[in-house]
Design a protein around this ligand. Structure first.
Ligand SMILES: Nc1ncnc2c1ncn2[C@@H]1O[C@H](COP(=O)(O)OP(=O)(O)OP(=O)(O)O)[C@@H](O)[C@H]1O
Ligand SMILES: [Mg+2]
Length: 295
């Protein structure tokens, strides 16, 4: 397996003088699911912002998808982000737009055909349980609903990497479980997933690689659960979001082909349902990890 993300001796010091990351080296392979944990202020968001080139490192090299992003020119950033779905800690939804348009906007931004947008956006909103809020503005939604709009926007372009900064920070335990379950299913289809979370019970439940950051350093990187609080039983019967099709890319292609073949006058009526009914076992498999170190 090849690395999709490489950090070589990366440090980040903000202009304020805060050392947010300190000489970090680690690799993330294509197709991995990684939880990033650590106390508030530890450097988790900084780590993600360096990957998406929202911040640049003070020292070291960062390679994403074979591109050295440490030295990436600003105008090349959209090409980097094309393959990334990002759930920001502060959502960053556009309140002048409806929920539907917030998600559609991400597709239009990369030049998707109107017919594809029309097919795909309702599908994704349905996936995150928000079809009924499609015509609302973000400010009319609860924090958890806004978080799910942000997730929908991250998923809509079928990216090869999903970077989610506390995607469950504002939602109850059952919905958190559903969201991580959904990401886990997407991961089982090959998408690399990085999730920052404070929810130790979720981390224990899903048994993925866990990178723990403390004061800007990676202090552990393991698949063994490192958290010792009481196990919480989740009720699987409450896992209500629609399962993904076996092959998401194929399903999208099929949906797009169907739209191509549909007469224009039919398309201009209400968007059709596109949910696929497929059972997909969530794979908890993960492979041995490259050693990481921070000094
Ligand atoms: N734009 C910035 N300018 C200056 N300092 C910053 C900036 N962003 C973050 N920091 C500082 O860098 C450190 C790491 O911040 P970061 O946002 O990465 O933490 P975090 O682990 O994501 O925390 P949280 O769990 O609270 O979101 C903190 O001390 C923070 O105050
Ligand atoms: Mg943060």
């Amino acid at each position: 397996m090849s690395n999709i993300i490489e950090f070589k001796n990366v440090s980040k010091t903000y202009d304020s003088g805060t050392h947010a990351l300190n000489n970090c080296s680690l690799n993330i392979e294509k197709g991995e699911f990684v939880f990033i944990v650590g106390a508030s202020g530890a450097g988790k968001s900084t780590f993600l912002k360096l990957i998406m080139h929202e911040e640049t490192p003070s020292r070291g090299t960062i390679i994403v998808n074979g591109t050295n992003v440490s030295t990436l020119k600003r105008k090349k950033v959209p090409y980097l982000r094309r393959n990334m779905g990002i759930v920001f800690q502060d959502f960053r939804l556009i309140d002048k737009m409806t929920v539907y348009d917030n998600v559609a906007f991400a597709m239009r931004a990369i030049g998707a055909r109107p017919s594809a947008v029309k097919k795909r956006v309702p599908y994704i909103l349905n996936l995150v349980g928000l079809s009924h809020k499609a015509q609302n503005r973000p400010s009319e939604l609860s924090g958890g609903e806004q978080q799910r709009v942000s997730l929908a926007r991250a998923l809509v372009n079928n990216p090869s990497i999903i970077i989610a900064d506390e995607p469950t920070g504002n939602i109850d335990p059952e919905m958190s479980y559903e969201i991580i379950g959904l990401l886990s299913e997407i991961n089982a289809q090959g998408t690399t997933i990085l999730v920052v979370t404070h929810e130790h019970q979720l981390v224990r439940r899903f048994n993925k690689r866990v990178i723990e950051i403390e004061k800007g350093k990676v202090i552990s990187d393991t698949k063994e659960p490192v958290i010792t609080d009481e196990e919480v039983e989740f009720d699987d019967s409450k896992f209500e979001l629609d399962p993904l099709p076996d092959d998401l890319a194929e399903a999208i292609e099929q949906a797009e082909r169907a739209v191509e073949e549909t007469p224009e006058e039919e398309l201009s009526q209400s968007a059709p349902e596109t949910t696929e009914e497929t059972e997909e076992a969530v794979s908890d498999e993960s492979e041995d990890k490259e050693a990481q170190q921070c000094e």
